[in-house]
Design a protein around this ligand. Structure first.
Ligand SMILES: [Zn+2]
Length: 341
């Protein structure tokens, strides 16, 4: 048995979004090629993602919405300006969510220390009752809800590092405290939410945290964010499971995002997080979200898996530059919010 379970499925290629759409089947090919060239498939346990079941999806979505999407199987439909369904899309979406559920089962049953789900379509914009922003089902939210419903987990921490705000995940858990949601993202940018004053509602007050970064932030800012917010949050939120909405569209090569994280910066961020999880004995489930530079995906998805396999690997000796003042001020402001109050 290997330390990490990686789930994916060939059906995830079958979600066809049309010519020129950045969320394309070639993303799966790029990741697969990178995993192969880095010799990673031999060093992880690889499984085909199962189908998510309607009842599992309905823990995060309205059951009428789940039914509406399932009815589109084999058909074509445009759901919003940039979210389309092709005949293979529902099959892809079921595998994409099912892979996360399988990963949650693996780490919570103790068969694996960590898991990663490398499927598409992504999920973090999908809201309780509507598809949005390339996303049909909210894979990470379905996984978190599964952890609580089936494994009795009392607290899940979801960390969303995609360059876009994870508005769907935030909406699904906005009024509840069992899921602590943290998102760092570029602002202003699609979908136009994720401001610092969005901190949860009712029982969920203090269990949502948003760090809106201006465009142009890179390794120094993201590493400072990791050390000052993410790592303390793992202690503060006291989760039994940490899930990461792993978007690679904050990479310097990404055509949609305006951030500057390098491949080495992503690797270092994941190593810091995984080291922390292992120090406190919490499993991690890493869930692919966005990332639209095929070249960046080919390097960064394997770098994430490598970091989970070998978090102890030394960081390069060069001390990262200090974060820009504006970013440091934003990080300080989020650090002062009443987390989990
Ligand atoms: Zn994104």
């Amino acid at each position: 048995m290997n330390k990490i379970l990686v789930t994916t499925h060939p059906a995830c290629r079958g979600h066809l979004t049309g010519p020129g759409h950045p969320e394309c089947p070639a993303r799966m090919d790029a990741i697969n090629a990178g995993m192969t060239s880095h010799g990673l498939w031999e060093r992880v346990d690889r499984e085909e993602a199962p189908d998510a079941l309607p009842d599992q999806l309905a823990r995060a979505h309205d059951s009428a919405y789940v039914e509406e999407i399932l009815q589109l199987d084999g058909r074509e439909k445009r759901l919003d300006a940039d979210t389309v369904v092709s005949p293979g899309s529902v099959a892809a979406a079921l595998r994409s969510a099912g892979g996360v559920i399988r990963g949650v089962d693996a780490v919570l049953s103790g068969s694996h220390r960590h898991a990663a789900s490398l499927g598409r379509p992504p999920g973090h914009h999908a809201r309780p009752a509507n598809a949005m922003g390339f996303c049909l089902f909210n894979n990470v939210a379905v996984g978190a809800a599964h952890a609580m419903a089936v494994h009795g987990v009392e607290r899940v921490l979801i960390i969303d590092i995609d360059v876009h705000h994870g508005n769907g995940t935030q909406d699904i858990f906005y009024s509840s405290s069992p899921v602590f949601f943290f998102s760092v993202h570029q602002s202003p940018l699609y979908p136009g939410t994720g401001f610092m004053d969005e901190t949860g509602d009712g029982d969920g007050q203090g269990f949502t945290l948003n760090l809106p970064f201006p465009a142009g932030m890179g390794d120094p800012e993201y590493l400072a964010m990791t050390e000052r917010l993410l790592l303390p949050l793992v202690d503060r939120a006291r989760p039994a499971l940490v899930m990461v909405s792993a978007g690679f569209d904050a990479h310097e090569w990404d055509p949609l995002g305006g951030m500057k994280i390098s491949t080495a910066g992503y690797a270092r961020m994941f190593r810091l997080l995984i080291r922390k999880l292992e120090a406190v004995g919490i499993p991690g489930v890493l869930v692919l979200e966005g990332g639209y530079s095929l070249e960046a995906l080919r390097e960064c998805a394997p770098a994430m898996i490598e970091a989970a396999l070998h978090p102890e690997k030394e960081d390069d000796a060069t001390k990262p530059a200090p974060p820009r003042k504006e970013a440091a001020a934003l990080i300080d402001a989020v650090a002062r919010l009443p987390w989990g109050a």
